[in-house]
Ligand binder design. Structure first.
Ligand code: HEC
Length: 124
């Protein structure tokens, strides 16, 4: 589980989050959306990895229980597919929206199933 999170899911989610929205820098507002074909392909690939991770988490050997776990994992697949669709459509707004949903899926599973998780600022 930790390996899946650390080596597969977390890096893939980071690619999506770092390609969505905008950040404010000293020089003004920087749009994070990919500007090149490779950039969008990289996001589409990462999103496919996220969706596959959701499928992986649903496997009986990974699932912690059969109730909310499976439902949340399905949500992870859906969020990954949305992000991939957004990347394939080169749609920065849809990608930002998919990134927000993705974040909520991570948090909802962690709140319920990650015992002793470190509490991050902004999270309940
Ligand atoms: C279906 C449940 C579930 C979903 C969805 C989920 N996680 Fe996790 N995650 C866990 C559990 C359970 C742990 C605690 C594993 C342990 O320590 O045994 C964990 C731990 C982690 C860790 C710490 C790993 C370590 O080194 O100890 C990271 C990083 C992480 N998750 C990232 C993510 C990200 C990013 C997402 C969303 C893109 C996500 N997770 C979605 C269940 C989930």
């Amino acid at each position: 589980m930790r390996e899946t999170m650390r080596l597969v899911l977390d890096p893939a989610a980071d690619v999506i989050w770092s390609s969505a929205g905008a950040i404010v820098t000293e020089d003004g507002i920087e749009d994070l959306a990919p500007t090149t074909e490779e950039g969008w392909l990289r996001v589409a690939h990462a999103a496919a990895v996220v969706a596959e991770s959701g499928n992986l988490l649903m496997m009986p050997t990974q699932a912690v229980d059969r109730e909310d776990w499976t439902e949340i994992s399905r949500g992870l697949v859906r969020a990954g597919v949305r992000a991939r669709d957004a990347a394939e459509a080169r749609d920065a707004d849809a990608l930002f929206e998919a990134g927000g949903r993705l974040y909520n899926v991570c948090v909802s599973c962690h709140q319920q199933y990650w015992v002793n998780r470190p509490v991050r600022p902004g999270e309940a």
